[in-house]
Design a protein. Structure first.
Length: 344
């Protein structure tokens, strides 16, 4: 047993230090990025925010809305050829859609079927809760060997060494985050995790040294957290809870005490396991919660709120573009972020 005593930080532990700026307006900030990926050599341009591959978020309706702003949606693993065949905007939006798979034999088979029918997809997200297993790295290599021109996203991990391992195994983009999500209970059930801002900073440094990229996945509760993730070096930021509760997610609306809600749950929750796998296996426990999110209507206003906050963050620190944000970032450690007197 050993203890690492170096301080590790979450988004709530810091604020940006404001700096002089030459920007005259928020509208002058450029949020678009262009990336060329290490192995696939594909290029992508847009605003590097992603919808998580969770029920009610990683859906085709969300993909329509996010593609309007050149943002990416990682579809849930349940999207197969039949489901995709009903999507009328597939060829229009495919460049901003990632297919998601697990690491079972049937996942690989489903991927093969989709790509035989729709070879134009560029992104594949290989997604597991624990990216530290040898089996995961081996599976990643297998996908890379078969699909050398696809941009592979792999995760989740939270440390520099495993970020490097996944990149060397074929990942173009590493997904970073264990336990910070709003409906994730991994830290409670297992005692495993890593404060998200420190994970992003350390994993970004490791990935960029190898010419690859990372996604900050989880832990964002507000637009300011999205900005902090980018300030910490994330290339993409993935959002689940912040995109939940909207019409485009196709969730069932429930009325209670005069208010409307939509059910939202973690991908490893009892609810998700019952829905997709016939129940929770006897050898494991649930690592996700099920909650009711207040119904929020169309997602457009949520997107504009996030992008507006991100532009403001850039103006406060003097960054003319999102690309420059991390270079202009100085974080200040804090014990309190904001005045919550009137927060219920």
């Amino acid at each position: 047993m050993r203890i690492e005593e170096e301080l590790k930080l979450d988004y709530s532990d810091v604020l940006f230090r404001p700096k002089r700026s030459t920007l005259s307006s928020r509208k002058d900030v450029d949020l678009n990025r262009t990336y060329k990926f290490k192995y696939s050599r594909n290029e992508w341009s847009g605003i590097p925010i992603m919808a998580a591959n969770m029920d009610g978020v990683g859906e085709l309706g969300i993909a329509d809305a996010l593609s309007t702003n050149e943002m990416i949606t990682c579809l849930t693993k349940q999207h197969d050829v039949k489901k995709l065949s009903k999507y009328k905007n597939l060829k229009k939006n495919y460049k901003n859609i990632a297919l998601s798979i697990g690491i079972k034999k049937e996942d690989f088979e489903n991927l093969d079927k989709i790509l035989k029918e729709y070879s134009f997809f560029k992104f594949i997200c290989i997604d597991v809760a624990n990216g530290y297993s040898e089996h995961f790295s081996s599976f990643l290599k297998k996908v890379r060997d078969k699909y050398p021109t696809k941009t592979l996203i792999a995760g989740n991990v939270v440390t520099a060494d495993m970020t490097q391992e996944l990149i060397l195994s074929g990942a173009d983009i590493v997904k970073v985050g264990i336990g910070p999500g709003s409906v994730c209970t991994t830290r409670i059930q297992t005692g495993v995790g890593y404060p998200q801002l420190s994970a992003v900073i350390e994993c970004a440094d490791a990935a960029h040294g190898l010419g690859a990229h990372i996604i900050a996945d989880g832990g964002c509760t507000c637009p300011g957290d999205v900005a902090k993730a980018f300030g910490g070096g994330a290339d993409f930021v993935m959002l689940g809870g912040m995109f939940a509760g909207h019409d485009e997610g196709s969730g069932k609306i429930v009325k209670s005490n005069g208010s409307k809600y939509i059910e939202f749950y973690g991908s490893s929750s009892d609810t998700a396991n019952k829905k997709h796998y016939g129940g929770l296996s006897s050898y494991r426990s649930s690592e996700g919660r099920t909650v009711r999110v207040k119904y929020r209507g169309k997602i457009k206003d949520t997107i504009l709120n996030i992008l507006g906050g991100l532009r403001s963050s850039c103006t406060y620190v003097g960054a003319p573009s999102l690309k420059q944000l991390s270079k202009c970032t100085t974080f200040v450690r804090v014990t309190k972020q904001f005045n919550d007197t009137f927060v219920k």
